[in-house]
Every structure is written in C-alpha cells, then in structure tokens.
Design a protein around this ligand. Structure first.
Ligand SMILES: [Zn+2]
Length: 472
C-alpha cells in the first residue's frame, strides 16, 4: 500500500493589537528605528518588575470567547527557559499549565469541527536580520510584543483544511479587533505539526513541526511537502525523526532544522514576578458586551436578509470593512437582488485589481449607494452603471454628475425601446443568431424591424443604442 494517511495539528501565533507591549510601557510600533522601543523590563534586566497590560488580557478573553472556548478565571504566567540571541532575558514569559482559554472549536465549510485545545498569552522575542555581509543584526523592538497562541488538536487531514482554518482564525481575529492578523507583516503565523500512518487504525506516527509559516501558500506547500517527505522515508523503510523543520520557499522543500524539544527541556516554572491572573465575571460580561457580530453569524444573516447564496455571503463578509461598506451601500434599495448582484460582480473585482481594501476606494459607501439608487430607479441600465463605476473608481466624480456628463440617463424612449426590442429579439431568433455570429449587416435589418413596429413613436437613436446593448 502506497498512500499514507496524514494527520495534522496547528499552532497559530497572532500579534495582539495594542499600543504598548505586554509587560512594560514600550510602544509596539515597528516603523521606528531598531532598538528604540526597549526598556529594562522588556530587556529583562535584573530586578525589574513586569506588570500585565490589561488590554491584552481583554483581547485574549475576547478571542477565546469568539472561538467558543471556556475562559479560565484563575490563571497565571510561567517562564519558558532557553537560550537564543533574540531572547535577551534567557526566558520567555508565557502561560503553561492553565491557559487563559481552552476547549474551543472552529467549524469548517465541510462541517468538520476543529477542536481548539488551548489559547494562551505570551510575549514575542526580538527579530534577527541576516544581512548580505553574513552579519546578523538584532532588533529588540519586537521583544515583549503581546501574542496569543492558539493550539488545535490533531484534527486536520489535509493542507486545504489547515488553510481554511487559518482563514477562519484570521477573519475572527480581525472582526473582534484582537489582531490585524496581516500574515505578510508576520502578525499571524502558523506552525503545523504533521505525522503520517499507513492505516486509520494505526497509532499516530512520529510528528514533526514546521516553524513560522507566514502565508497561506506557505502553509499549504509546507504541509504537502512534509507529508510527501515522511511518506517517502517510510516507504524506503526509514524512520521519521521528531524534528523541527524549516520551509524554504525558494527551493520548495522542507528541511530539518533541529531536534524537537520536549516541554521538560524548557524547565518551566511559575513566573515569580507576576501574581496569578484573576479574571472576574464582571470583566467577562464587559467583554461579551463588546463582542461584534462574528463572521459566521453575519453570513447567516446576509443569506436571510439579502437573499444571497452561501458563496455570495462569504464574499460579502470576508472582511468586516467590506461587509460594513456593503450594508451602507445597499441601504434603502428596493430591487435588492439586482443591486446585490451588481455589487458582488463589480466591487470585489475593483478591490482585487487594485489590491486595496474598501476603505481605500476613491468613493465612499454612500457614493456607491447613490449609484445603486440610480440602478434601482432604472435611470441607468447596468452597462451604463458599469461605466459610471469605472469613472468613480478613478475619482472622476459622483454618480449623478457622471451620468449627466456622459449622457447615460435612460430616457422614457429607452424604456419603450427596451420593451419593443425584447419582442423583436424573441420573434427573430435566427437573425439574432446570425448577427451574433458576425453578420453585421443584420443589425440594420433588426433596426428596420424595430422602426416598423415602433411606427415613429421611438427615436431611431434610442433604438440603435438599446439594440446594441441588448445584443451584447
Ligand atoms: Zn519595554
């Protein structure tokens, strides 16, 4: 038997959105010069006293609740001891025995429940920069920046499931404003652990872990390469070692970095400089009050309220900013379906082609609402609306002005023409077919038929214009 069955778990690190670091008052702004946002506390000088940033606890609790976790009312911090150049203290403050939240879950689109084992708070380390002279520089601005780590049970069976989970986590962290979760900025990183086995009934194989994957593509590729590597080893009768792996994007491979540490090697002990973290019921209540509508709740509501499909609701709610923009734009629209379709067809395409989010558009949601109202009242047709929108997205005015300037308003004649042309098209399918296949002279024939039927009640210009549009 050649195919091995993969099993995976995922650890996700997310940077908590906060002005200051987790245990001191240093700023978390990375745009500053290296080693300027540091102080004796985040550098771990002897005798300093850390104190917990309440905002970070609040956001960790919020994330825990949004991920269906139980919140632990009494937790604390521990020291994880290890030596590394980016860790000036010689230890990292994290949570060990009792995390702030545990036993949560996320449900994937295939209905599968991914169990979340724990969610804990910890501090980030510094950042090493390897320059072209083969020197290594260290920037400690990131040391002490607040993180949450979210750990799943080994519930994934494919890289696609892991990627979808990562997407869900990113959505939830952004909706709740716990993290900006920009993967390319390193604000959200995934570390999959992977094992393979021959049969479903076998014990789980020896697992390896891939470090710091900071794009969805890297998660997908890293997992797939590692499944392949382990399967190959086992097929050759060799052994999978418990190792920490690195994904090399340029070479498209995963390579062993070091032997995997076990928890006992870190010599965890209770952080002596911090008291237990006691979370009061009232605190939880206040976080509950701040909880926004979550992505899944929004999708269910959109399907009901705007009569959209599941896929459409996913598109509309992928970013909270886009969902808010949509709801503002669709206000007081009567022909919802027609306008929702126009929105879904046009807006994501503009955002993608310009690689921007809705806040960076050159028009506001209420400007777009103005255009939708023109569509709604049928003063422009959809083709003209598209032209108006492309003008708007280049910042060349608002809907009404553009319609006026480009003479795109549908007149009474246009409406009458539309009705009549519909009939002509239905009555002459062969001629329409031939025109569409390239016999352009048939356009004149169709115009003639329309004119004859209109008996002079519609202007030839309107017939020409509308017929051209309807034959597209
Ligand atoms: Zn500091």
């Amino acid at each position: 038997m050649d195919n091995f069955i993969p099993t995976m778990g995922l650890e996700v690190h997310a940077q908590v959105k906060s002005k200051s670091k987790i245990f001191c008052r240093c700023a978390t702004d990375f745009s500053e010069k290296p080693n300027t946002n540091i102080c004796p506390i985040c550098m771990g000088f002897p005798g300093v006293m850390p104190s917990i940033n309440e905002e970070v606890v609040k956001k960790a609790v919020k994330a825990g609740m949004a991920l269906n976790c139980r919140i632990n009312l009494r937790t604390g911090f521990a020291r994880k001891n290890y030596f590394y150049p980016d860790l000036p203290k010689g230890y990292q403050i994290t949570q060990f025995k009792v995390p702030v939240a545990e036993n949560g879950f996320v449900i994937l689109s295939n209905g599968k429940k991914i169990r979340i084992r724990r969610l804990h708070i910890e501090e980030d380390t510094g950042k090493m920069i390897h320059d072209q002279n083969e020197d290594t520089l260290i920037d400690f601005n990131r040391a002490g920046v607040p993180l949450i780590e979210i750990v799943t049970e080994p519930d994934f069976e494919s890289s696609a499931e892991a990627v979808e989970y990562m997407n869900r986590i990113r959505e939830i962290l952004r909706y709740t404003e716990v993290s900006d979760a920009n993967m390319e900025m390193g604000e959200l990183r995934g570390e999959p652990n992977i094992s393979v086995r021959r049969n479903m009934g076998d014990m789980l194989g020896t697992k390896t872990e891939i470090k710091n994957l900071n794009s969805l593509k890297a998660i997908e590729k890293g997992i797939d390469f590692e499944i392949e590597r382990q399967s190959r080893l086992l097929k050759e009768g060799r052994e999978v070692l418990s190792e920490t792996m690195l994904y090399n994007e340029k070479k498209q491979e995963v390579i062993p970095m070091r032997k995997k540490e076990s928890a006992s090697e870190y010599r965890y002990f209770i952080e002596p400089d911090l008291p237990d973290l006691i979370i009061e019921e009232a605190f939880i209540e206040s976080v509950k009050k701040e909880m926004p509508e979550l992505p899944e709740e929004k999708r269910v509501r959109f399907i009901k309220q705007y009569n959209v499909s599941r896929i459409e609701s996913e598109i509309l709610s992928s970013e909270k900013s886009l969902a808010d923009f949509f709801e503002e734009a669709i206000k007081n629209i009567k022909q919802t379906k027609r306008c929702v379709n126009f929105f879904i067809r046009e807006i994501p395409a503009i955002l993608n082609s310009k690689s921007i989010d809705s806040a960076e558009l050159k028009f506001s949601a209420s400007d777009f609402n103005e255009l939708l109202r023109e569509i709604d009242s049928e003063s422009v047709n959809l083709n003209s609306a598209q032209i108006v929108l492309s003008e708007m997205s280049e910042g060349r005015g608002k809907a009404e002005e553009i319609i006026e300037r480009m003479n795109l308003k549908q007149t009474n004649d246009d409406f009458k023409a539309m009705e009549l042309i519909k009939e002509i098209i239905e009555e002459n399918p062969k001629e329409v077919e031939r025109y569409k296949k390239g016999e352009e002279k048939l356009f004149g024939v169709l115009v003639g038929l329309c004119m004859k039927k209109a008996k002079g009640s519609i202007s030839p210009a309107a017939i020409n214009k509308i017929l051209k549009e309807m034959l597209k």
